[in-house]
Design a protein around this ligand. Structure first.
Ligand SMILES: NC(=O)c1ccc[n+]([C@@H]2O[C@H](COP(=O)([O-])OP(=O)(O)OC[C@H]3O[C@@H](n4cnc5c(N)ncnc54)[C@H](OP(=O)(O)O)[C@@H]3O)[C@@H](O)[C@H]2O)c1
Length: 330
């Protein structure tokens, strides 16, 4: 009860990418803290599962199927959230898709859609969030960037391009937010996280992607998001070696360029052969959505997940096991 004797209003968070991986772990963590949730992703089926998890945890939840690349649908999601809960206190943008392959092997439409979802989608969510916060007296925006928003790796050009853009947008919004008291913008930059993203990725590299070790659980990123909601942070990294990798990229570019491609071939691509595959870039695959992926901390498969592409080749050799970092987690 508040001092006035009325029941305190539960805080409301809108989470995009809520049906899988980091977004879903964040929705669960917020539900456990007593927040009300507005859950966004493209697939209604995927959202139904996380909505049920939140409700089971005692958190009111509203699933709003939304493509973040569609500005009108993002605005509709905020309108639905306002109608149900009155206002949104915090927005966490976790929606993204991944594309593997050398730049010239990735179809232009795939490249464009990855950038549209990850970068323009972030802009659409940020624009709607900031307008909502201005109207309602403030709020907290957390953008999920990536270690790959700070370094370059081969075979992931659409994703790397998009995440450098997210990094730039986040820092710009943080600077501009200094003139709008009550509005706070944080960036969370994970390294390798064990989520389904690698198996959901579009792939024109010939080999299935995987997170280079060491690999952290999505709950660790969710905890970083919650820290940002408690106290805004300019750039909250998740991944013990991220600062070293960024330092090497910036301070020793010739050595970095020499090493990164061989390391990526071993650490970021498995030995499971794949036919070209568009993954979730154009359409969701809700049956493959989970909080966790299939890897342990050192990149070994803990389970025989279904192959990521319909074109996975049956004669693929086994996984080569642990390899070193700097190959590029998503
Ligand atoms: N996993 C890592 O190692 C890692 C590392 C660094 C950064 N990150 C970042 O962390 C965030 C979450 O990634 P994750 O690993 O949790 O991925 P994930 O498990 O594949 O989840 C991606 C989520 O985004 C949603 N999504 C995809 N396209 C969308 C669209 N156009 N509109 C709305 N929702 C969309 C997906 O649902 P639908 O398909 O149903 O839309 C799903 O809920 C991303 O920003 C990613 O770049 C991940």
């Amino acid at each position: 009860m508040s001092e006035q004797g009325t029941t305190a209003r539960a805080q409301v968070a809108l989470v995009t990418g809520a049906s899988s991986g980091i977004g879903r772990a964040t929705a669960r963590a917020l539900a456990a803290r007593g927040w009300s949730l507005v859950l966004c992703a493209r697939s209604a089926d995927g959202l139904a599962a996380v909505e049920a998890e939140c409700v089971a945890a005692g958190a009111p939840a509203l699933a709003v199927p939304t493509d973040v690349g569609d500005r009108g649908r993002v605005e509709d999601a905020f309108a639905a959230a306002t109608e149900r809960f009155g206002r949104v206190d915090a927005v966490v943008n976790s929606a993204a898709v991944v594309g593997y392959g050398r730049f010239e092997d990735v179809p232009a439409e795939v490249y464009d859609r990855v950038v549209t979802t990850n970068l323009l989608g972030t802009a659409n969510v940020a624009r709607a969030a900031l307008a909502h916060f201005k109207e309602h007296g403030g709020g907290r925006l957390v953008l999920i960037g990536s270690l790959l928003g700070k370094i370059a790796v081969p075979f992931m050009s659409p994703y790397v391009t998009s995440k450098w853009g997210v990094q730039a947008l986040a820092r710009t919004l943080q600077v501009e937010a200094r003139e709008t008291p009550g509005i706070q913008v944080s960036l969370v930059s994970p390294g390798s996280i064990n989520t389904p993203a690698y198996l959901q990725a579009a792939n024109y590299a010939g080999w299935e992607g995987r997170p280079p070790p060491p690999i952290d659980p999505p709950e660790k990123v969710a905890a970083a998001v919650l820290r940002c909601l408690d106290r805004p942070r300019r750039d909250e990294g998740v991944g013990v070696f991220n600062p070293v990798v960024v330092l090497g990229f910036r301070m020793l570019p010739a050595l970095y360029d020499l090493l990164v491609t061989p390391l990526a071939k071993v650490g970021a691509l498995s030995r499971r052969a794949l036919e070209p595959f568009a993954g979730t870039v154009f359409e969701p695959r809700p049956a493959a959505e989970e909080v966790h992926g299939v890897w342990d901390r050192w990149g070994r498969r803990r389970s025989e997940a279904p192959p990521s592409g319909t074109g996975a080749q049956s004669g693929a050799t086994g996984d080569p096991g642990p390899a070193t970092r700097a190959g590029g987690g998503a």
